[in-house]
Design a protein around this ligand. Sequence first.
Ligand code: COA
Length: 164
Amino acid sequence: MGVEVRKAVREDMSAVLDIYNHAVLNTMATADIEPQSLETRIAWFDERTAAGFPVLVAVQSGNIVGWSSFGKFHSRPGYRFTVENSVYVAPNSRRIGVGTALLQPLIPLAEEMQMHSIVALVDASNAASISLHSRCGFHEAGRLQQAVFKFNRWNDVLLLQRML
Ligand SMILES: CC(C)(COP(=O)(O)OP(=O)(O)OC[C@H]1O[C@@H](n2cnc3c(N)ncnc32)[C@H](O)[C@@H]1OP(=O)(O)O)[C@@H](O)C(=O)NCCC(=O)NCCS
C-alpha cells in the first residue's frame, strides 16, 4: 500500500480540509452541511492538540490521503473518559486499507490517555464506515432514528462503541 501514518502538523490542515469538505458536500459521513474554512480547521487542530488529543494523517507518495482523530465525546465532565473518533480518506485512496491504518492506531493512543471507550456516530447507510469500525472492534450500541436531516432527507445514525 505504501502509506505512512504520522502525527499531523498545522501545515497539513489544508489537505485535511479538502478531504473533509469533499465528504461534507458529497456524503452523509458528516452532519456538517456547509464546507469549513481553513481558519476553522486550523483552530480545531490547535484545540485538539492543546488538549492532548491525536490528529493523524496518512501519506502516500508525498500526498495526504486521509486523516483521523479523536476528541471529547461530550463536554460534561462525567463523560471525560469517553472519546469520539473521526476518520476520512480521500475518494481515490479508499478500499486499500488507509482507513484501517488510520483508525487502528487511535485505539492504543486512547488507552495511553486512560480513556475507557471510543465511540463513533455513523450514518446508518455508511457501509464503508460500519465495516471499518467493525473491523477495528467497534460494536453497535444504539440507533438514533432520523437524527440527521441533510440532502433533503432524514437519516438514522448508529452509535458505535469500542471498550478499551
Ligand atoms: C469510511 C472510510 C474511512 C473507509 O476507509 P477505507 O480506506 O476505504 O477503509 P479500508 O480500505 O481500510 O477498509 C476497511 C473495511 O471497510 C470495507 N469497506 C471499505 N469501503 C467499503 C464500501 N464502500 N462498502 C462496504 N465495505 C467497505 C473494507 O472492505 C474493509 O473491510 P474488510 O476488512 O472486512 O474487507 C472511507 O470510505 C471514507 O473516508 N468515507 C467517507 C468519510 C466517512 O464516511 N468517514 C467515516 C465517518 S463516521
